[in-house]
Each structure stands twice: as structure tokens, then as C-alpha cells.
Design a protein around this ligand. Sequence first.
Ligand SMILES: NC(=O)c1ccc[n+]([C@@H]2O[C@H](COP(=O)([O-])OP(=O)(O)OC[C@H]3O[C@@H](n4cnc5c(N)ncnc54)[C@H](O)[C@@H]3O)[C@@H](O)[C@H]2O)c1
Length: 265
Amino acid sequence: MKWDFEDKVAVVTGAGKGIGAATARGIAEGGGRVAVLDVDADAGRAVADELGDAGRFIELDVTDRDGIPAAFDAVAARFGGIDILVNNAGVVTRHTIANMPPENWDRTMSINLTAVFDCTRTALPHLKARGGGAIVNVCSVSGYRFSLIGGVDYTSAKWAVRGFTRQSAYELAQYGIRVNALCPGPTLTPLVEGSMSPEEIARAAGNFPLGEWVDPKDVANGALFLASPASRMCTGIDLVVDGGFLLVGAQSIEEYMDARGDAAG
Ligand SMILES: NC(=O)c1ccc[n+]([C@@H]2O[C@H](COP(=O)([O-])OP(=O)(O)OC[C@H]3O[C@@H](n4cnc5c(N)ncnc54)[C@H](O)[C@@H]3O)[C@@H](O)[C@H]2O)c1
């Protein structure tokens, strides 16, 4: 599906892989121009190269508070302004509370939450200069329930991003800036592939009522809707793209049916 991004300029953080890369591609396909921001220079450059003149790679660690303004200024200088911000960069690690190094908590919070604040406040003057814009905060179904992949750090950050989204949507509506949260269910990206074994991944497919893992393109479609004029009257909402994951617990449909004395279809 193609969305209309003609004359629009987007900044996508963590666009070198996974959901961010799929979103950057979709914006470019819709006629927009995209700044691919990532700490992984090889991955980010490869995505920007794919997009040709519509893409620009800027190496940025989103926890580098002092480096963010220069990156956004470079985007505006290159493309003439900024209309869209997709706060997508995120990390996950697997720890219990008991075995999580405190530095791990701090790192997750700074990438998954604090950077959303820093990138938003940096983008604001640019969006205002265009008379409005759209911000998409990539949250998670962990922001509804809890994380099967990550730990309390991840879940806490994602719940906070939903709260941040609500309040900033109210505050920024007066400037024509819409702010929405996108809540993917488990999605087959390098983030998941790096933290689950192939066996776990195969087994987990049974947890999705729609029968398969969410693909990064499915999630990108949600981001593209929220970033595009198609969602012009949506602000402060959460859009869940999860293959029905939130409908069930942490068990396969076979386990679910078996417990009720029946067999899965
Ligand atoms: N994959 C999932 O199952 C899933 C589910 C729910 C939510 N999400 C969220 O979606 C977003 C994207 O996840 P993904 O699965 O595509 O991950 P991914 O690991 O595939 O891609 C994330 C990208 O962010 C970049 N990144 C990481 N730290 C960064 C930093 N400090 N500064 C700049 N870039 C940085 C990485 O280099 C990478 O290119 C994250 O916010 C994640 O929490 C993912």
C-alpha cells in the first residue's frame, strides 16, 4: 500500500534496521524525503543509499543530547524543513530485576524514553515552522501488558512513552502537531532475532491468533498511517499492530484449547 508523503520531510530514528527501515522505505515510496538516523552507520547508510535522493543518512546516538540539534538542523538544511518525526530507536535486553545491572536500566531508559523527549523537543521548532506536523512514537504492546522478550526496564519505558504521547498530543495540538503511539506486538526484526533462539521464535508463532509473527512492513503501515494526512483527525491515540497478540496470554492456541478440552483448528 502506498501512502501520500509528497513534499514531506521525515526524520526516522533507528531507521537502519527493522521497523524503522521499513517505515523509511514506505515514506520514500510515498514521495517523501527521509533522514535515516542511526547509531549503526553501516546499516543506516545502506538504507539511505537504497532511497537515493530521497534519503539521507545521519549518524546519531539518540542518547547524545548535545548531538541531536545538529542532526535535525542538518536534515532541515538538506531538505528544507521537517514535517514528521518517527521516534523509533529502541533496545531490549533480557534480565530479571534481580540480575539486571543498574546501568542496563539506565541505558534502556535513555534510549527508549529520554530520547523520545529530546528528539521531540528538538523537532518542535522545525515542525512549528511548517505550520504543523506529525510525531509517531514507536511504543509496544509491552506498554499495555508486559514484555515477554524484555524486562521491567523495557516495559516501564514503553508505558511511559504512551503517557508521554498522550500529554504531548494535548499540548501540541494547538500548533497543528499530532502525536500518536504505535504499539507493535512481537515483530520479526533484528531486535527479536538477537534476543530469542530460532526454536523460541518458531514456538512463539503459535501465540499469534492470526497465526504468524508480525512483519516489520505490517508495523510500518501503522506508522505510515499515523504520519500521513490519512490520520489527520487522530491525535493522542495508540495504534496496536500485533496479529491479535494482546487477545491472548503467553500461551499458544494449542495450550489454550487443550486446557478447555478441545483441539485447535
Ligand atoms: N521487534 C519487536 O518485536 C518490537 C515490538 C514492539 C516494539 N518494538 C519497538 O520498535 C522499535 C524498533 O524496533 P526493531 O524491532 O525494529 O529493532 P531493531 O533492533 O531491528 O532496529 C532498531 C534500530 O535502532 C538503532 N538504535 C539502537 N540504539 C540506538 C541509539 N542509541 N541511537 C540511534 N539508533 C539506535 C539500531 O542500530 C537499529 O538499527 C523499538 O522502539 C522497539 O522497542 C519492537
